[in-house]
Design a protein around this ligand. Sequence first.
Ligand code: OGA
Ligand code: FE2
Length: 508
Amino acid sequence: FIFSSLFLFLLKDLVISLKDYIKAEESKLEQIKKWAEKLDKLTDTATKDPEGFLGHPVNAFKLMKRLNTEWGELESLVLKDMSDGFISNMTIQRQFFPNDEDQTGAAKALLRLQDTYNLDTDTLSRGNLPGVKHKSFLTAEDCFELGKIAYTEADYYHTELWMEQALKQLDEGEVSSADKVYILDYLSYAVYQQGDLSKAMMLTKRLLELDPEHQRANGNMKYFEYIMAKEKEANKSSTDAEDQTEKETEVKKKDYLPERRKYEMLCRGEGLKMTPRRQKRLFCRYYDGNRNPRYILGPVKQEDEWDKPRIVRFLDIISDEEIETVKELAKPRLSRATVHDPETGKLTTAHYRVSKSAWLSGYESPVVSRINTRIQDLTGLDVSTAEELQVANYGVGGQYEPHFDFARKDEPDAFKELGTGNRIATWLFYMSDVSAGGATVFPEVGASVWPKKGTAVFWYNLFPSGEGDYSTRHAACPVLVGNKWVSNKWLHERGQEFRRPCTLSELE
Ligand code: OGA
Ligand code: FE2
């Protein structure tokens, strides 16, 4: 999900107008209080000696006046609406505020992060995340809310986790308006849906202890008992054939998972280690761009990140000032990144690519132009046929699931309008450090590249023959804590004919 800091400014503005409203209400109440006190005194003296009091012409007059004209003033004071300014301000700002869909999106992002980074519910609820500056907790109410969102998505796995957490926090004595009966109701259903009948029964029993008259729970209990009895019966006469189909579906599930599993493992930094023999062949060096005049006296630091596909990282390759300029140029233009929908051929947003991005041309700033030249000098590739510099910003939960940067054979039209061939190579600048998460990972080969501000990585997506290198499949892991800024340059085939000539073998 994308949480714009714009919201924070809106919120700040609303808090100011809310405070103004409170002041107005307070001064109104203050005036009413004074009235009440005056009236109190008056009635006090009047009732003590009604005849004496009313026998005094001034008193009689004052009382008349009070009850006739002044009472009307009091009435209109009491009825006066002080909330006008606040409500109209609120109505204007409200249209910019997140809606139900945004809230669900934020909740889903949290659940996704929980899975990717193997975070247990308690750790997440207590805000014990690595690298956080502003720790914050989830209340039992919040946990219940998350559980409910998972429930409406028919995601009973997370429903169970979060309902259990809500219950746990209540059991530990947290003061809350969350209701154990409601929580147990959801929880037992989620547990039942996942097939744990005896646990579902136990939870329903617990619910009935709190509320013996609960209609659904009583009904469920009877149903569970019935199913339980039937299952026992069936178990006695179960056949081997059934076991067989069960095993088959299990195998299918496992087959479906690998890439996602590998991706998530790499994101957590649990990648399989390279053999020491291979690792020893990775070097670092000073690189002069193959004797490029601009780098002979001041070569740059270059490090091998991976051997196959070859991924190299350049260090101190973009300065903090340049990064600031690029970010400032991009900020007003950032919008939700899109992808090609293979069915319609149109650009759409997708849950697997959550970030904001913008394109910068070399014409608009000497800084961008200088960066383009740097990429040309250090890759030896012609940047005149490259796409413009893309700047991307990932917020918490922002990610780009495994993909290829190049176009496959079955999508020959992908870069047709550019007329510069396929994406031969990718250059990716890291323009920020990331507190937790946000690695660039290559699940086919097991490489994780961690963001480091001021560095850049480079790899070829195509073999010299023009054939796509499928080992370059990669992803941007979801940001767990912090904010990730990158910018990248996709270099194309045209113009590289003599810079990177093809060889005799197709996959070399
Ligand atoms: C991309 C990409 C990786 C990253 O934008 O195509 O793969 O780490 N980005 O942001
Ligand atoms: Fe990519």
